[in-house]
Design a protein around this ligand. Structure first.
Ligand SMILES: *Cc1c(COP(=O)(O)O)cnc(C)c1O
Length: 406
């Protein structure tokens, strides 16, 4: 704590301060500099911080929240409100922004899927809510149909409810798989080019058999339109991550869709206990922060943002491709993490370096940098960089590649 005495001591020890800080008096500048110097716990604990040129990976703590989001979190942390009231009000705002009937903030996309399915299974029956995930001996449904190509790991969110996944490949198989136990038809957007059945067909199949459909579009904004496209298309439930491109709290996501399912999903959510979702709590600060992040994301100039990210990628590409034997490929994935990206590859005869060694050099360098390792090179995205960091990344990668040139 800075008391009056130390403040005066510091003032007398800083004769030049007034001149350096232009219009402010020495007292104001000392107050400004001292009062905002917070405890640096990252440093205290010796945690490595780094420039994130890789992307929105959970292992790397996802994304960084913007000031408006952090300010919302800080301001709301000073007051009590009823948790259900926050969810209801924020849900209405999010639903209006995304063309959904209703919405709720969940602890990420993964929990949105678990809770959405829980709502489908239980409806508004409190007894069923408490029976989850033990479906046997109840009259709840127990099967979720998914395309084999979509079943890449995230479906554990669905089996958390006690349901099992029935894999299908063709539309015919899907239709055949539907029976009295079918609770949900689940679709994974990021793999939609790998499966044979497309979005519209999936939705139509659900409507035909009166079975709800859900889409996991966790990492599929941008494009921003995806936030309402799947609601408009007729998916009953849409699940998205909040802490990826939208830069909301890392442990937040959104479940949106039909009113009856969102209301039912909330029966499995905090503050209610004796539920499978009691451990998926989202605090009021994050619920509000998620709303502000979404609102801001939708309003931003997406074309301008895209151009800025392309420029950053070009800065890095131009620097490293001058190294003999190095090739650069720029691209933007069509599905998932749709953002300007690049791949850097090199001829082993000309640059004597493994991917792992390059990653390690960048990691242990100053400042530390993380890039994504690929089978024959590295890949980079620019959206998690702070302004100017692209120059540091360009310089460091070029340095390491040059050093390894033979
Ligand atoms: C990131 C991701 C998830 C999990 O999302 P969280 O918000 O981290 O819970 C689920 N599905 C896909 C396809 C993802 O990319």
């Amino acid at each position: 704590m800075l008391n009056r005495r130390t403040l005066i001591k510091r003032l007398s020890a800083m004769p030049l301060v007034g001149g350096l800080f232009g219009g402010t008096t020495p007292l104001q500048s000392v107050l400004a500099t001292s009062a905002v110097a917070p405890r640096n716990v990252l440093k205290e604990l010796g945690l490595r911080t780094f420039i994130n040129a890789a992307g929105t990976y959970t292992a790397m703590t996802g994304s960084l929240m913007e000031d408006d989001v952090v300010e919302t979190i800080q301001a709301s942390s000073k007051e009590f409100v009823m948790l259900d009231d926050v969810q209801t009000k924020v849900g209405e705002k999010i639903a209006a922004l995304t063309h959904a009937e209703s919405a709720v903030v969940t602890a990420g996309c993964f929990s949105a899927m678990t809770l959405g399915l829980a709502g489908v299974l239980t409806g508004m029956d409190q007894k069923k809510v408490e029976q989850l995930p033990h479906l046997e001996g109840t009259d709840m449904k127990s099967e979720v149909i998914a395309q084999k190509a979509h079943n890449i790991g995230y479906s554990h969110a669905l089996t958390n409810t006690g349901c099992k996944i029935i894999q299908v490949e063709t539309l015919e198989e899907a239709e055949k798989a539907i029976n009295g136990k079918t609770a949900l038809l689940w679709f994974l957007n990021i793999q939609s080019d790998k499966g044979q059945i497309q979005h519209q067909e999936w939705v139509a199949l659900g409507k035909k058999h009166n079975i709800p459909t859900m889409i996991d579009m966790a990492a599929d904004v941008p494009p921003v339109e995806n936030l309402w496209k799947f609601n408009d298309m007729g998916f009953d439930l849409v699940c998205v991550s909040g802490g990826k491109a939208m830069r909301g709290p890392q442990s937040a996501g959104i479940l949106m869709g039909k009113k009856q399912y969102i209301a039912a999903a909330r029966l499995s959510m905090p503050p209610r206990g004796s539920t499978i979702g009691r451990g998926m709590k989202v605090n009021k600060e994050e619920i509000l922060g998620m709303y502000v992040a979404l609102d801001k994301f939708i309003a931003q100039d997406h074309q301008k943002e895209w151009k800025m990210l392309e420029d950053r990628i070009a800065t890095i590409a131009n620097a490293v491709k001058s190294v003999n034997g190095v090739t650069v490929e720029t691209y933007a994935p069509a599905l998932g993490n749709h953002t300007p990206s690049m791949r850097i590859m090199w001829e082993t005869g000309k640059v004597n370096l493994t991917t792992k060694a390059l990653q390690e050099q960048l990691r242990t360098g100053n400042p530390s940098i993380e890039v994504f390792g690929e089978p024959n090179g590295i890949s980079i995205t620019a959206w998690m960089l702070k302004p100017g960091q692209e120059k540091i990344v360009a310089k460091r990668i070029k340095e390491e590649l040059t050093k390894a040139s033979v």
